[in-house]
Ligand binder design. Structure first.
Ligand SMILES: C[S@@+](CC[C@H](N)C(=O)[O-])C[C@H]1O[C@@H](n2cnc3c(N)ncnc32)[C@H](O)[C@@H]1O
Length: 368
């Protein structure tokens, strides 16, 4: 069977829409000088499960659209593209797909060595080749964005993520297919120990028997692992396409700006395509797709409401603490959403705010 290329699944298309938005924001932030005029000397992007660069229907694979959008970026003139500053690495294990990717990139971009960025296409195993490429490109010490986009047999050792997280300004994105959470028998325990950093960290998730809870348990176990690896901020969410199977994504970053760029991307993904992003913390069947602070029936968006109630169930907090919690702990909500939601929930009588009157960051909120 020739399966070098395959059909683009709706969940992958949804993920691609998210990546496109996210990377547009990422490059703009990482490559342009900041307000003080400083910029990173080097930024390295790794797509460790790169694929063949194209789908059966002719759609672009991630290496192709990532490179194309970087070269066509509206801020390109201010981004200081130079081969020794901006480096992209694409790794693919299957020789046929690797060859296809090389051909595809050549057809789309011509001689890669003539581009204003450095592009390395590598044939081999994701984890080993990521470390080797980062050595060879002298990427350590500067920001690395590594994407581990496997079909579910995630076998990227946590030690590699730790090395990446030790770099300033670095980020990692790891995706999981739905089957990953159901079939543990085909993964050996030693491999899971490597992925999660020790048996004590994953055994509890493995004991979860309810199908609906398994993905939540494993996803948050992986999210915690990224935290232990040194990514101070972690997001986890389910990408629910219009039709077909969902997929799951965990994002780890060293900076709150990374969280903001990812959340902004979720908020701006084209609603027409029907992509939904679901926070694993919420149980509701409520579609949390088109993002609007206020749900269709008016009032606070049901997902945001459910999350705030969950948090307040643990006790009273200040508005500032709620803002911080929304940024760090929820998939899509930003600090700026706290005030308006608290005000509406207070007007409705769902929460009590002290002192009464103007809501400030020091106001204390509790459930009524
Ligand atoms: C989900 S696909 C990648 C899709 C691609 N990132 C995109 O979005 O267009 C996963 C790819 O990883 C490759 N692969 C599987 N195991 C690998 C490994 N251990 N190291 C590197 N590549 C691997 C597969 O052959 C497949 O092409």
């Amino acid at each position: 069977m020739n399966d070098t290329l395959w059909q683009l699944e709706p969940a992958t298309a949804a993920k691609h829409r998210l990546y496109k938005r996210y990377l547009d924001g990422y490059w703009a932030k990482m490559l342009q000088p900041n307000g003080a005029g400083n910029s990173w000397p080097k930024v390295t992007y790794v797509d460790a499960f790169a694929g063949p660069g194209r789908y059966l229907g002719g759609e672009e694979g991630s290496p192709v659209f990532v490179l194309r959008r970087l070269l066509d970026h509206t801020a390109r003139g201010r981004m200081g593209l130079r081969p020794n500053r901006v480096q992209l690495v694409f790794i693919e294990k299957r020789r046929d797909r690797y060859k296809h990717l090389v051909k595809e990139l050549g057809a789309k971009f011509g001689d890669l060595s003539a581009l204003p960025v450095r592009v390395e296409v590598v044939h081999g195993e994701a984890a080993a080749e990521t470390a080797r490429a980062l050595d060879h490109l002298q990427a350590w010490g500067n920001p690395v964005l590594a994407i581990f986009d496997s079909w579910g047999n995630v076998n990227v050792p946590l030690t590699l993520l730790e090395r990446i997280a030790a770099n300033r300004g670095s980020e990692a994105i790891v995706t999981f297919g739905p089957n990953w959470f159901n079939r543990r028998e085909d993964q050996n325990a030693e491999q899971l120990d490597d992925v999660f950093g020790g048996r004590e960290y994953w055994q509890r998730a493995d004991r979860e028997s309810s199908t609906d809870e398994r993905w939540r348990a494993w996803l948050s176990t992986y999210r915690d692992a990224l935290g232990r690896a040194g990514f101070e901020f972690q997001l986890q969410f389910e990408v629910v396409p219009h039709t077909g199977q969902p997929l799951y994504l965990v994002h780890g970053t060293k900076h709150v700006a990374g969280v903001e760029v990812m959340k902004d991307a979720m908020w701006t993904v084209d609603p027409e395509a029907g992509t939904l992003f679901r926070d694993p913390r919420t149980r509701g069947a409520e579609s949390v797709g088109q993002l609007d602070l206020f749900g269709s029936g008016g009032g606070v968006h049901p997902e945001l409401r459910e999350l705030i109630v969950q948090r307040l169930d643990d006790g009273a907090i200040t508005v500032e603490q709620l803002r911080d919690w929304l940024v760090r702990e929820t998939a899509r909500w930003l600090g700026k959403h706290a005030n308006a939601a608290v005000k509406t929930m207070c007007d409705e009588g769902a929460v009590h705010v002290e002192p009464t009157g103007q809501i400030s960051k020091r106001s204390v909120i509790r459930l009524r």
